[in-house]
Ligand binder design. Sequence first.
Ligand code: SF4
Length: 358
Amino acid sequence: MTVLTPERLVPGKPGKPTGLFIPELVYFEPAALSYPKGERIMKCVRERDIPYRMTTSHNRITNLPGEGELEQYKIAKRTLVVGVRKTLEFDQSKPSAEYAIPIATGCMGHCHYCYLQTTLGAKPYIRVYVNTGDIIAAAKRYIEARAPEITTFEAACTSDPLGIEHITGSLAELIQFMAEEPLGRLRFVTKYQHVEPLLGLAHNNHTRIRFSVNADYVIRNFEPNTSRFEERIEAAAQVARAGYPLGFIIAPIIWYDGWQEGYAELLAKLAQALPPEADKDLTFEMIQHRFTKTAKAIIEKRYPKTKLEMDIEKRKKKWGRWGQNKFVYQDEQQNALREFITERIFEYFPAGRIDYFT
Ligand code: SF4
């Protein structure tokens, strides 16, 4: 199993955000320390001399350091909170899966467009849950309730779980659990390359690992503190060689000057870099860029220099599931993006499957 040990925690070099994430401050709920995972994380935190504090609830961190909102936000993105997951009712996770499986909340990435900006609001710190046994037991109940249908769980709805796997080991636990479940499937998506601890696991083809990829322009301008494209693709190749079902999420698809060249180049580079095994069972999901008025306000505050286009006048209004209007591209733009990228996918991956465009 993957564990956080002082040796594993090799920081990334400045300007090269590819090292394993090391929190600069850690909070613990007292109850978390009665679980082996909580104990192990505490041991490593002490060994590495990472400052830590206790907190009564992982949902209420009130004494984050930092002057002003922006500085606190940046510090929160480097802060880990170790707690016990109490809510074991899973949210739905359409269209990618039946349920979201909650192993972590929050992410150290700084993607400007990330929907966690809004959904996590004032709590952007990274929460990890030590009671994976309870979470797995709840997943088992969901699987049984839907039998004989297959039940799929998405592990990346509220976090990028691979980016913190060296701390939690939770993905490895889920993968091994699902391998033994004839009717259970797991999937997660990532922008990080740290797949190595998952490669040797018995997965029984029940876990699909997807990489979030994009045109070079999008990665360069809007995805700070994530793995570089080449690193993600190298990781995807390793995952394919380890026999995992593989997928790519192209998201958010962004309309910018030169988008055709950008997305054509993306698919060409994927085809060039992937080994033949990848083609066996390969899926694509496509999500166009969208935002709400609340998200726009938050993003402009947190990333004031962003080049992310969020002009409400240019967009089409769409009723969102959470009761807020969201703004997507106009129909002609959506169609052009969908058709162009679909054609490129089938040009390079004729056996690939497109799950959805949304
Ligand atoms: Fe959000 Fe994913 Fe970027 Fe993390 S890596 S900030 S979860 S989009």
